[in-house]
Design a protein around this ligand. Structure first.
Ligand SMILES: C[S@@+](CC[C@H](N)C(=O)[O-])C[C@H]1O[C@@H](n2cnc3c(N)ncnc32)[C@H](O)[C@@H]1O
Length: 237
């Protein structure tokens, strides 16, 4: 996932106090019908999302902030497999380092039915990438051909209904994942959504933004992070 020539420079995170943004009622939205109609998802859909967490974000965070929770946002999480998958990988990272599992994953979606499914945490045990099968089997009980998320993982994950076109206001995230969502939105709305993400991204934090129109990177204080596709960091500190 990283260029051979590229040196590992630790991500320098700083903790900020929660922001107090007000929602801006003047936002103008496109018709979101298609964006909301497409809710297909799977466990471990894009390997890079989880490799980045395991190899860079979690180790660097634990190093820099041994006592602060690592907060991750799965924005547009549909029925929650992405958020649970992030929590599984984060839990494994903390356990591998024999550290207290001080992390939290927030899964949000505009679709209330999908969020209710996410909270239930019971799925057909299908995944995109078989390399992650042992991870799923470790964190979910398989019974009657259904995978049920184990109780140990549940306190680390919260789900809520939230529209990413609005400004979040009460958390800071070291990692924001927005996969298979942005492509449904216009250029202007993508810009608005990524600006919203930037308002809650920890300095040094990373965003996985699949489907982002490339020119938007030139219009916002973000740039590509290393050679990993779809990963962006902020350029304004
Ligand atoms: C194709 S699914 C992607 C699920 C998951 N991220 C993945 O990659 O497997 C897209 C999800 O984005 C959600 N979505 C679309 N527009 C949204 C918005 N404005 N705010 C929050 N969620 C949104 C949809 O409801 C849908 O569940």
């Amino acid at each position: 996932m990283q260029d051979k020539n590229e040196k590992h420079k630790p991500i320098s995170f700083r903790i900020h106090q929660p922001l107090g943004h007000d929602e801006d009622p003047s936002h103008t939205f496109c018709d979101p019908t298609q964006a909301q109609a497409t809710t297909a998802t799977l466990f471990f859909r894009q390997r890079e999302i989880y490799s980045l967490l395991k190899k860079r974000i979690a180790p660097d965070w634990m190093n820099a902030h041994p006592h602060a929770p690592l907060c991750i946002w799965s924005a547009g999480c549909s029925s929650g497999q992405e958020a649970w998958g992030l929590a599984m990988v984060a839990a494994d990272c903390y356990r591998a380092q024999k550290k207290y599992e001080n992390f939290k994953v927030f899964g949000t979606d505009i679709n209330r039915d999908r969020i209710n499914e996410a909270r239930a945490g019971v799925y057909p045990p299908n995944l995109r990438d078989e390399a992650f099968r042992p991870v799923l089997l470790h964190h979910a009980r398989i019974h009657d051909d259904l995978a049920t998320i184990k109780t140990e993982l549940r306190p680390h994950v919260s789900f809520g209904v939230f529209d990413i076109r609005k400004c979040p206001n009460n958390h800071r995230f070291a990692y924001i994942v927005c996969n298979h969502v942005l492509q449904y939105y216009t250029h202007e709305l993508q810009k608005q959504i990524v600006s919203n993400f930037l308002s809650v991204l920890e300095p040094g934090g990373l965003m996985y933004l699949e489907g982002l129109t490339p020119s938007i990177a030139g219009e916002l204080p973000i740039k590509k992070f290393s050679s990993v596709k779809n990963v962006f960091e902020r350029t304004d500190g």
